[in-house]
Design a protein around this ligand. Structure first.
Ligand code: KIV
Length: 311
């Protein structure tokens, strides 16, 4: 899926599924990252509630609010001109009533300009998904390991490890497809289970820790760029040693400031000789008391000297 200037739609994603073209999705939480993802030709950006952990420093995704998602989602939409942007509905924004879910989904769509929302849970969320879809909101589902239920699951554990549990994950995915979800994320399930679910569904499956047989893959951008090198999940590959590269650059910057090798003349601004003499003479004769007494006079003198040059 490259070359198109228009924004990617859920119909494009379904076409990719039908043609069995692998679908790439990645998280982004801000404008510059969204621009880079777009420039890399990645068709889907997820503004995941993982932002709570990787950007805001919480221990889980549970504290993330609708306002947080809107703040970050809008920045991502401003940065991505081509990718389909899907924004996570955070914990508590869709579990109460279907009406609450619709109100929150409408806010997210209207205030970010995103193309769809994602929410967690299979059979238990299916009625809500159907309600949103009937209201015209495209919904991506999310089953297997659902981080918003971490307290119920007893930790971030592999899901679908027994025949009974594998069928539960399959039924969750099927319930979402029946409810109208346009795609389903499969998180941390054995590769064979994810392959079976992918074959049974007609909508794309997007795997994370779900093996190579899903219709697509999603990664948390901080994991694949190793922006936090203290921890990399087993399912992530470090495509860049981001943290160590950034740290090296920051140390270089500090050392350059301390050694007074930054900034150089090229990185500074200078006045021509005549102006410089006038400006430096005025600074030399200026006293702190004069500044307090004559701010207005000062402003008048400065504006008489003309507009400052732009950078
Ligand atoms: O919030 C997130 O980043 C996610 C992905 C892990 C799928 O939901």
């Amino acid at each position: 899926m490259t070359g198109a200037a228009r924004r990617i739609t859920i119909a494009d994603l379904q076409r990719m599924r039908t043609r069995r073209e692998p679908i790439t999705m990645i998280t982004a939480y801000d404008y510059p990252t969204a621009r880079l993802v777009d420039q890399a030709g990645i068709p889907i950006i997820l503004v995941g509630d993982s932002l709570g952990m990787v950007v805001l420093g919480y221990e889980s995704t549970l504290p993330v609010t609708v306002d947080d998602m809107i703040h970050h989602g809008a920045a991502v939409v401003r940065g991505a001109k081509r990718a389909h942007v899907v924004v996570d509905m955070p914990f508590g924004s869709y579990q109460t009533t279907k009406e609450d879910a619709l109100r929150n989904a409408v806010r997210i769509m209207q205030e970010t300009g995103c193309g769809s929302v994602k929410l967690e849970g299979g059979m238990r969320s299916a009625a809500t998904v159907e309600y949103l879809v009937n209201a015209g909101i495209p919904v991506m589902g999310h089953v297997g390991l659902t981080p918003q239920s971490v307290n119920q699951l007893g930790g971030y554990k592999i899901q679908g490890r027994t025949p009974r549990d594998a069928v539960r994950v399959l039924n969750d995915a099927l319930a979402l497809e029946r409810a109208g979800a346009y795609a389903v994320v499969l998180e941390v399930v054995p590769a064979g289970v994810a392959a079976g679910i992918t074959e049974k569904l007609t909508v794309p499956t997007i795997g994370i820790g779900a093996g190579p047989f899903c219709s697509g893959q999603v990664q948390v951008v901080h994991d694949m760029l190793a922006l936090d090198d203290d921890f990399t999940p087993k399912h992530a590959r470090r495509f860049l040693e981001g943290a160590s590269l950034i740290r090296e650059a920051l140390v270089e910057y500090r050392e350059a400031v301390e050694a007074r090798t930054f900034p150089t003349e090229d990185e500074s601004f200078f006045l021509d000789a005549a102006r410089r003499a006038r400006v430096e003479a005025r600074i030399a004769q200026h006293t702190v008391d004069a500044a307090h007494e004559g701010v207005d006079a000062e402003v008048a003198i400065l504006s008489a000297e003309g507009e400052p040059e732009t950078l």
